[in-house]
Design a protein. Structure first.
Length: 226
């Protein structure tokens, strides 16, 4: 999952980011309402962890209400020290999908996020991505090319998923670093080139129509068009 954490308590935020990373997820963090609103409205996330009381002129519930009013359906887990029944009711009525009270066990938070994601996926019609004869099943994590199974490592699957979701578009190295590796800086390595090369060998080897192309001085593109 790619998650957004909107939490002003630095200790809690670091705890969440560390735990999510160790569980195989990536996350962005905003420590105030203004930045949280901007990220939530401008970036795609699988789920959002939202604190209620935030600095920055806008609190967590206001962010949720704004997102829902604009049609944003990203699952939101409210994380708050406010534990009264009325507080929980208000949080859920504002558009939150779940409510977890601080202090909390990370295992429970992760289980709740997984449940939110399952419910969200159940409500989506898109479970398969297709580009020409390349197909990806998002639920079973199976990939086929021309009906033949393609074995991918988890990072390769994530890389291909991003490329397929942006088919026929030039995807830059920076975009891949941020969205597949969660690097918000250039680590000055050839990690992207190496993974793209390995992925190309797996999906294009022995096939006349090459789908994964390098766009000189720009990036990469997955496309069936010549």
């Amino acid at each position: 999952m790619k998650l957004l954490i909107v939490e002003d308590n630095e200790r809690v935020a670091l705890f969440l980011k560390k735990g999510l990373s160790e569980s195989g997820h990536t996350s962005d963090h905003a420590d105030n309402g203004r930045d949280g609103m901007f990220l939530a409205a401008s970036e795609p996330y699988d789920a959002i962890i939202m604190d209620r009381m935030l600095p920055g002129g806008i609190d967590g519930l206001a962010i949720i209400e704004t997102l829902r009013a604009t049609g944003n359906k990203t699952p939101i887990l409210i994380l708050s020290a406010l534990s009264a029944v009325d507080d929980r009711i208000r949080g859920l009525k504002s558009g939150g999908d779940d409510y977890l009270v601080k202090p909390f066990a990370f295992g429970e938070l992760l289980a709740r996020l997984d449940a939110l994601l399952r419910r969200s996926q159940d409500g989506r019609s898109e479970t398969t991505l297709t580009v020409d004869d390349l197909s990806m099943d998002l639920l079973s994590h199976k990939v086929t090319r021309g009906g033949k199974a393609v074995a991918l490592q988890p990072r390769e699957f994530k890389l291909l998923e991003y490329l397929m979701r942006h088919a026929n578009q030039v995807v830059t190295r920076t975009m891949l670093l941020e969205n597949v590796w969660d690097y918000h800086f250039d680590p000055q390595t050839n990690v992207v080139d190496v993974h793209v090369s390995k992925l190309r060998q797996k999906i294009d080897a022995g096939v006349e129509r090459q789908l994964l192309r390098t766009i000189r001085n720009a990036g990469y593109m997955l496309s069936a068009d010549a």
